[in-house]
Design a protein around this ligand. Structure first.
Ligand SMILES: [Zn+2]
Length: 268
């Protein structure tokens, strides 16, 4: 048990060591090519400017300020913990959203976002509205098709995938003044009854990241299609998946870059 913890800590700290603005920019280009083509959207120059420096968040105050101000660069402060979960609350950088950035991708206001929504018939027959821009809808459709296949082998998975909590809703995050990813139609909450949410658990005095789980195959499929999972956050939200392909791209690229550095330093 101790060794497992040590490994988790060591690995997490390694993957968090160096922020890399060039890799972040490369992943944004790959994930949202339209941003770098259309003039009336956020321009390459703006993005480059925001990413010239990825800020350091050293404590909860830094983190909470970043959550409020929502700068694009802040969401890259600590990489998404692929295969693990964040061990300290102020390292949940991927909970940070830049609203101007999301608006430029998915719609400037409620009416504009709603004009981009498209219904997807989910596996339980319900109609889910999702944003058709930037491949978000197409990614959710691929997730659905793959989940149907794995659920044929393992029907127990279906209990997590029915009674969907919701996709699009123009709303502020509970107890805050901030819009949620659901407001842009790029997030899905799966079965709420099978999920855990850090705020509910705090109220019950039952905050426990170790039991915040859903079946790994569900998480794997969402992640492979460009969705980050709220269960990897210290502020866990295990029903929540949101389309953030740049975050997954960055986590993988950073991991590759760092393992190359490690190999090189060993061979010196
Ligand atoms: Zn959600």
């Amino acid at each position: 048990m101790f060794y497992k913890f040590l490994f988790l800590t060591l690995f997490s700290s390694l993957s968090y060591t160096f922020a890399n603005p060039n890799l972040a920019l490369q992943c944004l280009k790959e994930s949202y090519p339209i941003l770098f083509i259309e003039q009336n959207r956020m321009t390459y120059k703006d993005i480059l400017w925001e990413l010239t420096k990825i800020p350091k968040h050293n404590n909860m105050q830094d983190y909470e300020n970043a959550l409020r101000t929502g700068n694009l660069a802040d969401s890259f402060a600590y990489a998404y913990p692929l295969g693990f979960r964040t061990l300290e609350p102020f390292k949940d950088s991927t909970r940070i959203h830049d609203y101007a950035f999301l608006a430029s991708l998915y719609g400037e206001n409620q009416k504009n976002v709603e004009s981009h929504l498209k219904p997807l018939t989910w596996m339980d027959g319900s109609q889910l509205l999702f944003n058709s821009q930037n491949g978000a809808y197409a990614a959710l459709k691929r997730v659905k098709d793959r989940l149907i296949q794995v659920a044929k082998e393992n029907p127990k998975l279906l209990t997590y995938l029915e009674n969907i909590g919701g996709t699009y809703k123009w709303r502020k995050i509970a107890n805050t003044n901030r819009l949620s990813a659901h407001s842009f139609g790029i997030a899905i909450d799966i079965n709420v009854a099978k999920s855990r949410y850090w705020l509910w658990d705090i109220k019950q005095k039952a905050l426990n990241q170790d039991i915040a789980q859903i079946p790994a195959i569900i998480v794997q499929i969402f992640e492979e299609e460009g969705f980050i999972w709220g269960g990897r956050w210290w502020h866990y939200d295990t029903m929540h998946f949101e389309y953030r392909p740049e975050i997954l791209c960055y986590a993988k690229a950073l991991k590759n870059a760092e393992s190359k550095t490690l190999k090189n330093s060993k061979s010196l």
